[in-house]
Design a protein around this ligand. Structure first.
Ligand SMILES: Nc1ncnc2c1ncn2[C@@H]1O[C@H](COP(=O)(O)OP(=O)(O)OP(=O)(O)O)[C@@H](O)[C@H]1O
Ligand SMILES: [Mg+2]
Length: 222
Protein backbone atom coordinates (compact mmCIF):
# COMPACT_ATOMS: atom_id res chain seq x y z
CA UNK A 1 0.00 0.00 0.00
CA UNK A 2 1.07 3.48 -0.88
CA UNK A 3 1.24 5.96 2.02
CA UNK A 4 -0.23 9.29 1.02
CA UNK A 5 -0.07 11.21 4.28
CA UNK A 6 1.71 10.32 7.47
CA UNK A 7 2.31 12.20 10.68
CA UNK A 8 4.68 11.30 13.48
CA UNK A 9 4.55 12.63 17.04
CA UNK A 10 2.55 15.57 15.83
CA UNK A 11 1.99 18.28 18.43
CA UNK A 12 0.36 21.67 18.17
CA UNK A 13 -0.01 24.51 20.66
CA UNK A 14 -1.69 27.80 19.76
CA UNK A 15 0.16 30.74 21.25
CA UNK A 16 -1.52 34.13 21.23
CA UNK A 17 0.01 35.20 24.51
CA UNK A 18 -1.93 32.37 26.16
CA UNK A 19 -0.72 28.90 25.28
CA UNK A 20 -3.47 26.49 24.19
CA UNK A 21 -2.13 22.95 23.69
CA UNK A 22 -4.36 21.11 21.22
CA UNK A 23 -2.49 18.10 19.82
CA UNK A 24 0.20 16.02 21.47
CA UNK A 25 2.35 13.26 19.96
CA UNK A 26 -0.26 12.22 17.42
CA UNK A 27 0.50 9.48 14.88
CA UNK A 28 -1.51 8.70 11.77
CA UNK A 29 -1.08 7.06 8.37
CA UNK A 30 -3.41 7.20 5.42
CA UNK A 31 -2.93 4.90 2.45
CA UNK A 32 -4.10 5.32 -1.11
CA UNK A 33 -7.82 4.72 -1.65
CA UNK A 34 -8.44 4.43 2.08
CA UNK A 35 -11.28 6.32 3.78
CA UNK A 36 -10.90 7.53 7.34
CA UNK A 37 -13.24 9.54 9.54
CA UNK A 38 -12.10 11.59 12.51
CA UNK A 39 -14.69 12.41 15.13
CA UNK A 40 -14.45 14.32 18.38
CA UNK A 41 -16.07 17.06 20.41
CA UNK A 42 -16.17 20.65 19.29
CA UNK A 43 -12.86 22.33 20.09
CA UNK A 44 -10.83 19.12 20.41
CA UNK A 45 -8.58 20.03 17.45
CA UNK A 46 -10.03 18.39 14.33
CA UNK A 47 -9.68 21.43 12.09
CA UNK A 48 -6.23 22.09 13.55
CA UNK A 49 -5.19 18.54 12.61
CA UNK A 50 -6.44 18.86 9.02
CA UNK A 51 -4.62 22.17 8.60
CA UNK A 52 -1.39 20.51 9.74
CA UNK A 53 -1.91 17.45 7.52
CA UNK A 54 -2.49 19.74 4.55
CA UNK A 55 0.62 21.81 5.25
CA UNK A 56 -1.43 24.96 5.89
CA UNK A 57 -0.08 25.33 9.43
CA UNK A 58 3.27 24.18 10.82
CA UNK A 59 3.43 21.70 13.72
CA UNK A 60 4.90 22.77 17.06
CA UNK A 61 6.50 19.32 17.36
CA UNK A 62 6.74 16.23 15.18
CA UNK A 63 6.39 15.99 11.43
CA UNK A 64 4.01 15.60 8.51
CA UNK A 65 5.04 13.56 5.46
CA UNK A 66 3.09 13.88 2.21
CA UNK A 67 3.93 11.49 -0.60
CA UNK A 68 7.24 10.63 1.07
CA UNK A 69 8.33 14.28 1.47
CA UNK A 70 8.73 15.65 4.98
CA UNK A 71 7.14 19.13 4.97
CA UNK A 72 9.68 20.57 7.41
CA UNK A 73 12.36 20.12 4.75
CA UNK A 74 10.44 21.98 2.05
CA UNK A 75 10.09 25.67 1.24
CA UNK A 76 6.67 27.38 1.29
CA UNK A 77 6.59 27.22 -2.49
CA UNK A 78 7.38 23.51 -2.53
CA UNK A 79 4.65 22.87 0.04
CA UNK A 80 2.16 24.84 -2.05
CA UNK A 81 3.07 22.81 -5.12
CA UNK A 82 2.87 19.53 -3.23
CA UNK A 83 -0.56 20.47 -1.92
CA UNK A 84 -1.73 21.53 -5.39
CA UNK A 85 -0.54 18.24 -6.82
CA UNK A 86 -1.70 15.74 -4.22
CA UNK A 87 -4.40 17.20 -1.97
CA UNK A 88 -7.92 18.58 -2.16
CA UNK A 89 -9.49 20.57 0.67
CA UNK A 90 -13.12 21.03 1.60
CA UNK A 91 -13.25 23.56 4.43
CA UNK A 92 -15.68 23.71 7.34
CA UNK A 93 -17.06 26.94 5.87
CA UNK A 94 -16.91 26.63 2.10
CA UNK A 95 -14.52 29.60 1.43
CA UNK A 96 -15.66 30.02 -2.16
CA UNK A 97 -14.63 33.24 -3.90
CA UNK A 98 -17.75 35.38 -3.74
CA UNK A 99 -17.13 37.43 -6.87
CA UNK A 100 -16.59 34.41 -9.10
CA UNK A 101 -19.10 32.04 -10.69
CA UNK A 102 -19.29 28.35 -9.77
CA UNK A 103 -17.48 27.59 -13.05
CA UNK A 104 -14.53 29.85 -12.17
CA UNK A 105 -14.43 28.81 -8.52
CA UNK A 106 -13.96 25.17 -9.53
CA UNK A 107 -11.45 26.03 -12.28
CA UNK A 108 -9.42 28.26 -9.94
CA UNK A 109 -6.87 25.67 -8.70
CA UNK A 110 -6.05 24.85 -12.34
CA UNK A 111 -5.86 28.52 -13.36
CA UNK A 112 -3.61 29.33 -10.41
CA UNK A 113 -1.15 26.63 -11.38
CA UNK A 114 -1.08 28.00 -14.92
CA UNK A 115 -3.25 25.58 -16.90
CA UNK A 116 -4.76 26.81 -20.17
CA UNK A 117 -7.96 28.77 -19.38
CA UNK A 118 -10.20 27.10 -21.97
CA UNK A 119 -9.13 23.61 -20.90
CA UNK A 120 -9.54 24.49 -17.19
CA UNK A 121 -13.06 25.84 -17.78
CA UNK A 122 -13.98 22.79 -19.82
CA UNK A 123 -12.86 20.46 -17.01
CA UNK A 124 -14.74 22.58 -14.47
CA UNK A 125 -17.88 22.48 -16.62
CA UNK A 126 -17.64 18.68 -16.91
CA UNK A 127 -17.14 18.13 -13.17
CA UNK A 128 -19.95 20.50 -12.16
CA UNK A 129 -22.23 18.78 -14.68
CA UNK A 130 -21.25 15.37 -13.28
CA UNK A 131 -22.45 16.48 -9.84
CA UNK A 132 -25.72 17.92 -11.08
CA UNK A 133 -24.90 21.61 -11.31
CA UNK A 134 -24.93 22.00 -15.10
CA UNK A 135 -27.63 24.69 -14.73
CA UNK A 136 -25.74 26.71 -12.12
CA UNK A 137 -22.37 27.23 -13.83
CA UNK A 138 -22.64 31.01 -13.90
CA UNK A 139 -24.17 31.49 -10.46
CA UNK A 140 -22.04 33.09 -7.76
CA UNK A 141 -21.87 31.51 -4.29
CA UNK A 142 -24.49 33.91 -2.86
CA UNK A 143 -26.90 32.79 -5.60
CA UNK A 144 -26.60 29.09 -4.67
CA UNK A 145 -28.24 27.06 -1.92
CA UNK A 146 -26.12 25.78 0.97
CA UNK A 147 -25.99 22.26 -0.49
CA UNK A 148 -25.10 23.57 -3.94
CA UNK A 149 -22.30 25.71 -2.49
CA UNK A 150 -20.93 22.66 -0.73
CA UNK A 151 -21.02 20.73 -4.02
CA UNK A 152 -19.07 23.50 -5.72
CA UNK A 153 -16.53 23.41 -2.88
CA UNK A 154 -16.17 19.64 -3.34
CA UNK A 155 -15.75 20.01 -7.11
CA UNK A 156 -13.06 22.64 -6.51
CA UNK A 157 -11.25 20.23 -4.18
CA UNK A 158 -11.42 17.39 -6.73
CA UNK A 159 -10.64 19.25 -9.97
CA UNK A 160 -6.92 18.41 -9.76
CA UNK A 161 -7.60 14.67 -9.21
CA UNK A 162 -5.95 14.69 -5.77
CA UNK A 163 -4.58 11.54 -4.12
CA UNK A 164 -6.29 12.56 -0.91
CA UNK A 165 -9.32 14.66 -0.07
CA UNK A 166 -9.31 16.39 3.31
CA UNK A 167 -12.87 17.31 4.23
CA UNK A 168 -13.71 19.29 7.37
CA UNK A 169 -17.36 18.69 8.30
CA UNK A 170 -18.47 19.08 4.68
CA UNK A 171 -22.07 18.34 5.65
CA UNK A 172 -22.13 20.20 8.95
CA UNK A 173 -24.49 22.99 7.84
CA UNK A 174 -26.83 20.89 5.72
CA UNK A 175 -30.15 19.15 6.34
CA UNK A 176 -30.16 15.35 6.53
CA UNK A 177 -31.07 14.79 2.87
CA UNK A 178 -28.47 17.17 1.48
CA UNK A 179 -25.88 15.82 3.89
CA UNK A 180 -26.58 12.31 2.64
CA UNK A 181 -26.22 13.40 -0.99
CA UNK A 182 -22.96 15.26 -0.41
CA UNK A 183 -21.53 12.34 1.52
CA UNK A 184 -22.57 9.97 -1.28
CA UNK A 185 -20.74 12.19 -3.75
CA UNK A 186 -17.54 12.14 -1.71
CA UNK A 187 -17.72 8.37 -1.21
CA UNK A 188 -18.23 7.89 -4.94
CA UNK A 189 -14.93 9.65 -5.67
CA UNK A 190 -13.25 7.60 -2.99
CA UNK A 191 -14.47 4.36 -4.54
CA UNK A 192 -14.30 5.14 -8.25
CA UNK A 193 -11.22 7.35 -8.47
CA UNK A 194 -9.48 5.82 -5.45
CA UNK A 195 -9.14 9.24 -3.87
CA UNK A 196 -8.12 8.67 -0.24
CA UNK A 197 -10.43 10.46 2.17
CA UNK A 198 -9.94 12.05 5.57
CA UNK A 199 -13.34 13.17 6.74
CA UNK A 200 -13.90 15.19 9.89
CA UNK A 201 -17.40 14.87 11.29
CA UNK A 202 -19.45 15.18 14.47
CA UNK A 203 -21.74 12.45 13.23
CA UNK A 204 -21.03 8.89 14.34
CA UNK A 205 -23.46 7.53 11.71
CA UNK A 206 -21.37 9.14 8.97
CA UNK A 207 -18.14 7.96 10.58
CA UNK A 208 -19.36 4.36 10.45
CA UNK A 209 -19.80 4.47 6.66
CA UNK A 210 -16.07 4.74 5.92
CA UNK A 211 -13.26 2.15 6.21
CA UNK A 212 -12.23 3.16 9.73
CA UNK A 213 -12.84 5.93 12.21
CA UNK A 214 -10.77 7.43 14.99
CA UNK A 215 -11.71 9.71 17.85
CA UNK A 216 -9.60 12.76 18.66
CA UNK A 217 -9.47 13.16 22.41
CA UNK A 218 -6.98 14.87 24.72
CA UNK A 219 -4.69 15.64 21.78
CA UNK A 220 -4.35 12.10 20.41
CA UNK A 221 -6.30 9.74 18.15
CA UNK A 222 -7.84 6.68 19.78
N1 LIG B 1 -6.05 30.90 16.43
C1 LIG B 1 -6.26 30.31 17.62
N2 LIG B 1 -5.65 30.78 18.73
C2 LIG B 1 -5.83 30.18 19.93
N3 LIG B 1 -6.59 29.08 20.12
C3 LIG B 1 -7.22 28.56 19.04
C4 LIG B 1 -7.09 29.14 17.74
N4 LIG B 1 -7.82 28.42 16.86
C5 LIG B 1 -8.37 27.43 17.61
N5 LIG B 1 -8.02 27.51 18.89
C6 LIG B 1 -8.41 26.59 19.97
O1 LIG B 1 -7.91 25.30 19.64
C7 LIG B 1 -8.85 24.29 19.91
C8 LIG B 1 -9.04 23.42 18.67
O2 LIG B 1 -9.70 24.15 17.64
P1 LIG B 1 -10.25 23.45 16.33
O3 LIG B 1 -10.80 24.49 15.47
O4 LIG B 1 -9.17 22.60 15.77
O5 LIG B 1 -11.40 22.52 16.94
P2 LIG B 1 -12.42 21.53 16.17
O6 LIG B 1 -12.25 20.18 16.77
O7 LIG B 1 -12.27 21.68 14.72
O8 LIG B 1 -13.83 22.11 16.66
P3 LIG B 1 -15.24 22.20 15.86
O9 LIG B 1 -15.83 20.82 15.90
O10 LIG B 1 -16.04 23.16 16.70
O11 LIG B 1 -14.98 22.71 14.48
C9 LIG B 1 -10.13 24.97 20.34
O12 LIG B 1 -10.32 24.72 21.71
C10 LIG B 1 -9.91 26.44 20.06
O13 LIG B 1 -10.43 27.25 21.08
MG1 LIG C 1 -13.48 22.44 13.20
Amino acid sequence: MNKIIECQNLGYTYDNGIKTPVLSALNLEINSAESLAIIGQSGCGKSTLLNLLGGIDKPTTGKVIINNSSLSQLSEEEITNLRAQHLGFVYQFHHLLKNFSALYNVAMPLLIRGDNTQIALKKSNKLLSDIGLQNRLNHRPAELSGGQRQRVAIARALINNPNCLLADEPTGNLDARNAQEILGLIMEFNQQKKTALILVTHDIKIAKKVDRFLTLKNGILV
